[in-house]
Design a protein around this ligand. Structure first.
Ligand code: T6T
Length: 329
């Protein structure tokens, strides 16, 4: 049984230079801190799993998590949620911003109100915080997967699956999301090492799996020699895989998936999906809360915390050490 674990967490735990930051509020060991967690959207297994990790950390330090989000991955619906959270004056805000630019000013309001902000999963601006430059460096820390690396892992896996030649494309959400932009970037950079693979134009699905499925069929209709697709997040991958199945091309058009919802198990076993790159969302939630707590209790924290991946395929999906990284529903 082949087991491939990509664990970067310990080595990447303090990538950013630790900066001494004075906690904005007085603290006491007995205080029960209220930490808000605003996901990209509430119904996504990725954020549901992140919440579990956040709750586990909150329990360990005696804090309270307020989980509040929007029904879709969209700044237009996320900003009012953020405003409502700011009005409740939590001790800290953890947020997965749904756009690199559109969340800067809304989050600045939280920082100006003295509420520490930590971004989880996604970032605003360049993602380089506490640098003293730019308008988006005010969050204290960024806790996330290395998404460029994730895209490169996907490219290598897809290149191998298609025999290092042919036509592939990226099924992605929409431009302006730090995570999925970086995955596409990492994927395309790595694909340059495979000159016999043509990367077709990216298809953007607005986080809608049905749209991703239709797009797969449309790309296949235009390219009957399509060899593979990289689904750059949960809904992109799920939709692309469904599209492959609906087109009767299961196992012929190769699918590499980012994220690992429960449905991935059957899709890997049946051969519809070749490989899934599971992030560690529980770890992101856990270290997000621990970072907030550390800051609130007067400790300095690293500006960047990198979490790991587990690469799952048919050969290791039944291994409990691997299967534990399948997301919660
Ligand atoms: O891939 C995750 C997350 O990392 C990304 O920022 C948005 O999509 C997901 O939540 C999966 O749906």
């Amino acid at each position: 049984m082949q087991r491939r674990l990509f664990m970067k967490q310990a080595s990447a735990l303090a990538v950013g230079a630790p900066i001494a930051l004075a906690a904005t509020k007085s603290y006491s060991a007995d205080k029960k801190y209220s930490i808000a967690l605003i996901p990209g959207l509430t119904t996504d297994a990725f954020y549901i799993t992140m919440r579990k990790g956040a709750e586990a950390a909150a329990k360990a330090v005696g804090a309270q998590i307020v989980f509040q989000g929007a029904p879709d991955f969209n700044p237009v619906t996320q900003v009012p949620v953020l405003d409502a959270v700011i009005a409740k004056k939590p001790d800290a805000i953890l947020i997965a911003p749904t756009d690199v630019n559109q969340l800067i000013q809304p989050l600045k309001k939280a920082a100006d109100a003295g509420i520490p902000v930590i971004t989880v999963d996604t970032f605003i601006g360049t993602g380089k915080y506490q640098t003293g430059s730019g308008d988006a460096d005010f969050p204290l820390a960024y806790v996330a997967s290395d998404n460029v690396l994730g895209g490169a892992i996907a490219a290598r896996a897809l290149a191998k699956a298609v025999g290092e030649k042919g036509k592939v494309y990226v099924s992605n959400v929409k431009p302006g999301i730090s995570t999925t932009d970086q995955r596409e970037l990492g994927f395309k950079e790595e694909m340059k090492k495979f000159p016999n693979i043509t990367v077709l134009e990216t298809q953007f699905n607005d986080d809608d799996a049905n749209k991703a499925a239709s797009q797969l069929q449309a790309v296949y209709a235009r390219n009957s020699d399509l060899d593979g697709v990289f689904g750059a997040n949960l809904f992109s991958a799920l939709g692309a895989a469904n599209g492959v199945q609906q087109a009767g091309q299961s196992g012929k058009i190769k699918v590499v998936a980012f994220d690992a919802p429960t449905s991935i198990v059957d899709n890997l076993k049946s051969g519809l999906v070749d490989l899934a790159i599971a992030q560690h969302p529980a770890e992101i939630g856990y270290f997000g809360v621990i970072s907030a707590y550390a800051h609130l209790t007067g400790n300095s924290i690293p500006t960047t915390i990198g979490t790991g991946f587990t690469v799952i395929d048919k050969s290791n999906v039944a291994d409990p050490a691997v299967a534990k990284f399948i997301y919660s529903d």
